[in-house]
Every structure is written in C-alpha cells, then in structure tokens.
Design a protein around this ligand. Sequence first.
Ligand SMILES: N[C@@H](CCC(=O)N[C@@H](CS)C(=O)NCC(=O)O)C(=O)O
Length: 204
Amino acid sequence: MPGRMTFYYNPQSRAATARWMLEEVGADYDTVPIDFEAGDNRKPDFLAINRMGKIPTLVLDDGTVLTETAAILAWLAEAYPAAGLAPEPGSSARGSYYRWLFFGGSCFEPALTETMMRRDAAPLSKASVGWGSYNDVIDTLEHAVSRSPYLVGENFTAADVYLGSQLSWAGSFGAPRIQDSAAIQSYVERVIDRDAYRRAMRPA
Ligand SMILES: N[C@@H](CCC(=O)N[C@@H](CS)C(=O)NCC(=O)O)C(=O)O
C-alpha cells in the first residue's frame, strides 16, 4: 500500500474530485490548501512541483508527481485494489472503464468548455474536434447512464467518481441539458450518495 502522500487542494476546483477518490480508497495523505486568490498555485515552490500551476496535484511518497484528475483516479484505483474501484485488468469491463475515464477528459471537458466559454462563437467543426459536439456528448452520456446503474454496469468504479463529479459540477453552474435530464440527475444522485463523497465535501 502506498505511503503518505501530499495533496494540493482547493474545494472549488477539480481537486474536489481527486479528494473524493482519495476518500474512497482510504488513502493516507496530507492536504496542502491552495488559495487561488493569494496566487499559491503560481508561486515558485508550487510551480517547481507542477509547472502547469494547476490542481489537483498529488505527490507520492517517493516524490513522483501526479497531475490530471483522470490519471490520479486511475492510479489510486490500481494502487488500492481492495477498494474495488477498477474492473479486472484485461477484462471487457476494464475496457469500458477506460472508455469512460478518457471520455470525461477528452470529450466531456472540452465540449463543456466550448459550450460555456464560447457561447457567442460559431460551433467548431463537429467532424474535426475530438468531442464532436456538446449535444452528442450529452446524448452519449444520457444513454450510458440510463442502461445500467453505473457507467460500467452494476459496479461503481473510479469512472463514476470522474463523470459523476463532472456532471454534478456542470449541472450546478447551469450547463445545458444536465439538470433537466432525469436520467443524468438520477445518476448523479446515485453516485454521490456515498460516505466518501460526503467526507470529501467537508472543509479540509
Ligand atoms: N487537466 C487538469 C486540469 C486542472 C485544472 O485546470 N485545474 C484548475 C482548477 S479546476 C486550476 O488549477 N486552475 C488554476 C490556474 O490554472 O491558475 C485536470 O484534469 O486535472
């Protein structure tokens, strides 16, 4: 089992998702608060750890630096197998699990950014951008969460931590078609109804 880690965190950020996962697996970690207003993430000490100046950033007990929410979740799921948050390596379910983990980062995130931050711009070419279109992404997710309780069938996985968190956040700041989708809302309510989520939402 991994030794004590250092977790750079702000509750109003993607680091909240990583904290949920740290709580899911029962990781041993110290939290370092990052105050964006104070510019903590642009100070030389932090930039020396993550040149991107972004969180979540997780430093392992041997000094290895992990960034990118999906990568942190995938690593934690593997490093703490007893938590049962990743399907068997090489199984079909493992393939689906990767599909949704990657879909979160490479389709949902940029589609959301395009929709929320470029509202007045013409849509980018659906055939050229990797996420197609926001509506296609939401249709795909709506279908995926309607056919089984979790993204990978009957079992909750780290992919649900990622997509559940993304959908919950996106809905809370008014992204289209999330709060008015009964299937997505029911999925979000289902996946966040967990002790680890509630612990992760407490003040650090
Ligand atoms: N690709 C990264 C994105 C991380 C990210 O953009 N984090 C934001 C907070 S949600 C951040 O640290 N922003 C501060 C800044 O860039 O100054 C991931 O998936 O974890």
